[in-house]
Design a protein around this ligand. Structure first.
Ligand SMILES: Nc1ncnc2c1ncn2[C@@H]1O[C@H](COP(=O)(O)OP(=O)(O)OP(=O)(O)O)[C@@H](O)[C@H]1O
Ligand SMILES: [Mg+2]
Length: 327
């Protein structure tokens, strides 16, 4: 089994203990020759001093899906969405998980949702009344499809979601740069509805065999639906387990799914803390490991092909991780 390299000390970067796991660039053929390792500092990788340049035509309609439940779709939607908004891109996140919605909770916006998309479609309110603006980043808006615990109404399907996406494109204030759709688990009606308006997808998976099997099935369904631009986020990665050969490595996952890698997110207790606080991880100061990894994934999404995926690892005991950032 292929495995990732051992933990690194950020104070002694050298080719022999390179902390960065270099994967194939996005949108390149999968069986390309192995890349040369990418040697650079984390500061230059994060490029905080410039704004990412948006590639592709807007609005980019991206569905975040997985097949298996609980692998981190909503966490990814919240963090990538807020990260994009923080860089000045206008983002509308649609919570398409009808009945079990929780994106509002992760964003800390649950008390502000007064209307939903169903009420817009019924003519009970205007679209702008159902859009909930984020408290911190006015470029970010949330649209929930329905009230919690309600069932997907019979009339609601892909066509209704396409209508909503079109209405978002033609708002007076202009079309958003990104429309991100948080997909429900499974591959039934809710999934089909959520993927219908999308022209690209982020497949979230964890490195375990059940999630990978579902991810593979979902990849096939996305391709059948005409979505060819599919990138992958491998979530909840634990390098200690990979080293002990108790967890599949990211390269193994990549080989099994054959998808372009958008990001590698470590298993991090801070994610659970941020979920419970309703405060997306990418806003944490000082930054956390998983927050940085989401930030990088957002950069790669915007620029399509400019960065290699990076695994940010915790430094061995001697010095704290954040000393790396000059703290
Ligand atoms: N990298 C991570 N490290 C630790 N915990 C994580 C990580 N990513 C997600 N989690 C936790 O896993 C749980 C499920 O995450 P999330 O709700 O984002 O998954 P989901 O795929 O949207 O689930 P569902 O299929 O039910 O919609 C949450 O409690 C979240 O805090
Ligand atoms: Mg979810």
């Amino acid at each position: 089994m292929l495995s990732l390299k051992p933990p690194f000390s950020p104070h002694s970067l050298s080719p022999s203990n390179n902390p960065f796991f270099s994967f194939k660039p996005l949108l390149k053929p999968y069986f390309s020759p192995p890349q040369k390792p990418h040697f650079t500092s984390i500061k230059s990788l994060l490029q905080y001093n410039r704004k990412p340049e948006l590639a592709g035509t807007t609005p980019r309609v991206v569905v975040i899906t997985s097949g298996k439940g609980g692998v981190g779709k909503t966490t990814t939607t919240a963090n990538i969405g807020i990260s994009l908004a923080r860089h000045g891109f206008s983002v509308v996140a649609i919570d398409a998980d009808v009945g079990l919605r929780n994106l509002d909770l992760l964003l800390g916006l649950e008390n502000r949702v007064n209307y939903t998309a169903l009420e817009v479609l019924n003519g009970d309110c205007r679209l702008d009344q159902a859009l909930v603006r984020d408290k911190r980043w006015s470029h970010f808006e949330l649209l929930c499809i329905s009230k919690p615990r309600s069932k997907l109404p019979l009339g609601f399907g892909g066509k209704a979601l396409i209508w909503l996406v079109d209405a978002l494109k033609h708002r007076n204030e202009g079309s958003p740069d990104f429309i991100i759709i948080d997909c429900p688990a499974g591959i039934d009606a809710g999934f089909i509805t959520a993927i219908t308006p999308a022209n690209e997808a982020i497949l979230v998976t964890t490195p375990d065999i059940t999630a990978l099997r579902d991810a593979d099935r979902v990849t096939g369904l996305l391709e059948c639906d005409g979505i060819k631009d599919i990138k992958m986020i491998v979530n909840r990665v634990r390098t200690d387990m990979i080293q002990g050969e108790d967890m599949m490595s990211v390269l193994d996952v990549q080989e099994m799914l054959g998808l372009a890698l958008l990001g590698v997110i470590p298993d991090d207790t801070e994610v659970i803390r941020s979920t419970n606080r309703g405060y997306p991880l990418v806003l944490n100061k000082p930054p956390t490991l998983a927050g940085l990894a989401f930030e990088q994934a957002a950069w790669r999404l915007v620029e399509q092909d400019s960065m290699t995926a990076v695994m940010v690892e915790e430094e061995p005991k001697k010095r704290g991780f954040f000393s790396f950032f000059g703290g």
